[in-house]
Design a protein. Structure first.
Length: 120
């Protein structure tokens, strides 16, 4: 099978800082959540909604995200190899945004070609 080219560097112009989601309990002191810097990613506005709750009058539109982050397996810089998870917070352009969906995209490969991360 032919190799699939990585996302071109000229498209990966953004940087983000990801703060891990730490589940809090009232009996433990809050630890400082770890942060991970990603460079050479792409963040673009994109609206994603899905219908939940059945069909007809029971159906509702649920917002999934307003921004989509592309993280390339080859050209993006992820120094500590952190895998973004649901509930993490992404800081981009000075604003924190919540991770609502993470999709590893394999593109017919055995390992992900890139990840698509939805932010709300």
């Amino acid at each position: 099978m032919a190799d699939i080219a990585p996302i071109p560097l000229n498209l990966l112009t953004d940087s983000i800082v990801v703060t891990e989601h730490v589940s809090a309990t009232r009996h433990q002191a809050q630890p400082t959540p770890p942060e991970h810097k990603f460079e050479r990613v792409r963040v673009q506005p994109a609206d994603k909604r899905q219908i939940v709750g059945g069909s007809g009058e029971a159906a509702q539109l649920q917002d999934i995200g307003n921004y989509l982050v592309f993280i390339d397996a080859t050209n993006s810089v992820n120094p500590d190899g952190y895998q973004i998870k649901l509930g993490d917070t992404v800081l981009w352009e000075g604003r924190p945004r919540q991770v609502t969906q993470v999709n590893p995209m394999k593109a017919l490969l055995p390992t992900p070609h890139h990840w698509e991360v939805w932010l709300a």
